[in-house]
Design a protein around this ligand. Structure first.
Ligand SMILES: Cc1cc2nc3c(=O)[nH]c(=O)nc-3n(C[C@H](O)[C@H](O)[C@H](O)COP(=O)(O)OP(=O)(O)OC[C@H]3O[C@@H](n4cnc5c(N)ncnc54)[C@H](O)[C@@H]3O)c2cc1C
Length: 358
């Protein structure tokens, strides 16, 4: 029998202390909503620390309408609610400008790149994670680390949150456990499993923003070279250009990577293309490859798939199946291109959930 930690239910238990969970706890503190944050790993924000090679491209300084448009992929057959429609309320209420202003108000010096990507000025993701840590410490939010949540049960007054060492009652629960990529950083799909057991539909996982494999020596002999001024294009089997992106193209021992390739791969995945050509340009070379295989989801920058958007109310981030259960971040079937979109989605959906609980 596990120790029950509280006799009076917590107002809000946030499961997962990554981008979405830390942001949610900070917003809850600001609004005077008592919460407890529970994180699997020994420290908060393990994945955030890895973002943009440890530099943390935390948002893109563009208007909300453009941000939302960029979430969509050409050639995609959308069965339920689209990503942009789902994220619209959250992003309009917490647009990039607001996120930027929020970090500035915490005295985090920022740097804006020519293409509008935003970073902490010192180029250290740790600065962003420490800023969250400071808010949570100063506002006295209880944070439990080194503590994987192992189960989540519906109960009379909300939920029972189960861990190896204790159980906790909570009136509201926010699942912010991330996707399934980079599992060593803590995101292993637990939140999706809790959601499935509570009656939610899961969209199958696929890799998003990942390299493409080729053994072509024109690429592999250049392994380790990065070409910032590159370009990549997706061409359908009918010869039509579906998508094009100017940005970095990198050569790897396994094949191709870099922002331009990642964004093309994401479009190929969402459009469900089995047959396609990808054209890459770098250093005056133009190369074409057919039907390249993506690297596995565990290496992806983002997970495509997760809790089905149709099972979640976009005005509140509350489950349509289980009242008082909320979702934020990559646990949802919600992803964006490279350039700060995915952290912004995590922050904005977290804020939306907490605002509707508060
Ligand atoms: C290498 C890399 C680089 C990236 N670079 C960028 C970038 O520059 N800009 C950008 O916008 N996005 C970037 N991303 C994507 C971005 O990091 C994620 O989309 C974002 O972190 C998702 O936030 P989240 O809170 O949903 O999940 P996460 O940040 O993954 O947090 C989930 C947290 O939940 C915890 N958890 C999981 N299960 C449990 C459990 N059972 N109990 C308790 N805790 C649990 C995990 O340990 C983890 O800390 C990058 C991703 C990777 C892998």
């Amino acid at each position: 029998m596990q120790t029950q930690l509280n006799h009076k239910p917590a107002k809000l238990a946030i499961v997962g202390g990554g981008a979405a969970g830390m942001f949610a706890a900070a917003v809850a503190a600001e609004r005077g909503l008592p919460c407890v944050l529970i994180e699997r790993k020994a420290r908060l924000g393990s994945k955030v620390l890895m973002t943009a090679n440890g530099r943390c491209n935390f948002t893109k300084d563009i208007p909300p309408d453009r941000f939302l448009r960029d979430l969509e992929c050409p050639g995609e057959a959308v069965a339920g609610i689209s990503r942009s429609r789902f994220a619209a309320d959250a992003i309009r209420e917490c647009p990039p400008r607001k996120i930027i202003a929020g970090f500035r108000s915490l005295n985090v010096p920022l740097r804006r790149m020519a293409d509008a990507r935003m970073f902490p000025a010192d180029g250290k993701a740790a600065t962003i994670v420490h800023a969250f840590g400071d808010i949570l410490r100063d506002s006295g939010v209880p944070v439990v680390t080194n503590c994987p949540v192992s189960g989540l049960q519906s109960a009379k007054n909300g939920f029972i949150v189960e861990t190896k060492n204790f159980t906790l009652q909570a009136e509201n629960v926010l699942i912010a456990t991330g996707g399934v990529s980079y599992p060593k950083l803590g995101s292993v799909g637990d939140g999706q499993n809790f959601a499935r057991r509570l009656g939610h539909r899961l969209v199958p996982y696929r890799p998003g923003l990942i390299g493409l494999e080729t053994k072509d020596p024109r690429i592999t002999r250049l392994a380790g070279r990065r070409f910032e001024d590159g370009r990549a294009k997706v061409i359908t089997k009918d010869g039509a250009t579906l998508y094009e992106y100017r940005g970095e193209v990198d050569c790897e021992s396994f094949g191709l990577s870099g922002a331009a390739v990642y964004n093309c791969q994401r479009v190929i995945e969402h459009a469900g293309l089995d047959e396609y050509t990808i054209e890459v340009w770098f250093e005056h070379e133009r190369l074409r490859f057919d039907n390249l295989k993506p690297r596995p989801v565990k290496e992806a920058i983002v997970t495509i798939g997760g809790v089905a958007l149709d099972d979640v109310n976009p005005s509140t981030m509350e489950s349509r199946k289980v009242p008082r259960l909320y979702f934020a971040g990559e646990v949802l079937d919600l992803d964006g291109p490279t350039g700060g979109y995915n952290l912004t989605l995590a922050f904005a959906t977290a804020r939306k959930a907490v605002a509707s609980i508060a």
